[in-house]
Write a protein that binds this ligand. Structure first.
Ligand SMILES: Cc1cc2nc3c(=O)[nH]c(=O)nc-3n(C[C@H](O)[C@H](O)[C@H](O)COP(=O)(O)O)c2cc1C
Length: 185
């Protein structure tokens, strides 16, 4: 798959088969991640690969409760509240694996980890895998309990939780709005 196909073909995937993702494939995705640029070439990232189903289920439960406790108003405006109150809703969509990209505190760690995350998502797409950044998980993962669940130090910030799996179906493209472009010439 060429770059254009991956950029235009990548979708947020939310339905997965029960098939696991090989460790070698996960390593290849992480290898693609670290090809991303990083500020002052700090390469600050740490990758946590979670394949433990019980831990994924626990993070999903804790993250939903955390969001309901801390962001009720924001959730209401996005109609997320009822989704998060549903005990059946798995924020990880039953994906077999999640790669969390984290980094220790620094001025550009969010940018660095986000660039690495996009590489993971594009490389996964090229490998026939589906991914989705799960922002719902970020709040709780950033708490002391969340960091401890991921075996992160207290100074490490989990930035990008990316689920990975074999897509069950092809996800429909989400239309893009016309970008606002201000040509200054
Ligand atoms: C920072 C970030 C957080 C996201 N959080 C979630 C999430 O918690 N749950 C989810 O289902 N999708 C999440 N998404 C996926 C977006 O909803 C998705 O990328 C968007 O709808 C565009 O669809 P596409 O990726 O198929 O182009 C997130 C995406 C980003 C970049």
């Amino acid at each position: 798959m060429d770059l254009k196909e991956a950029i235009y073909g990548r979708r947020a995937v939310r339905e997965f088969t029960a098939e696991s993702v090989d460790e070698e494939v996960l390593r290849q995705l992480i290898d693609a991640a670290v090809q991303a640029p990083s500020a002052v070439n700090q390469q600050p990232w740490l990758f946590t690969v979670v394949r433990d189903k019980a831990l994924l289920a626990r993070i999903s439960r804790e993250a939903k409760a955390h969001m309901l406790r801390t962001s009720a108003a924001a959730l209401a405006s996005h109609h997320f509240q009822s989704v998060l109150e549903n005990p059946e809703f798995d924020i990880f969509y039953d994906a077999p694996a999640m790669i969390v990209i984290s980094a220790s505190a620094g001025p550009w760690i969010v940018e660095d980890c986000a660039l690495a995350a996009e590489n993971v998502m594009l490389a996964a797409c090229a490998a026939g895998l589906g991914t989705c950044w799960i922002g719902f998980a970020q709040g709780w993962l950033g708490t002391p309990e969340g960091k401890s669940a991921l075996r992160l130090s207290s100074t490490t910030v989990p930035v990008a939780p990316i689920i990975v799996g074999h897509p069950k179906t092809a996800a429909a493209p989400v239309p893009r709005t016309t970008p606002k472009i201000d040509w200054i010439s």
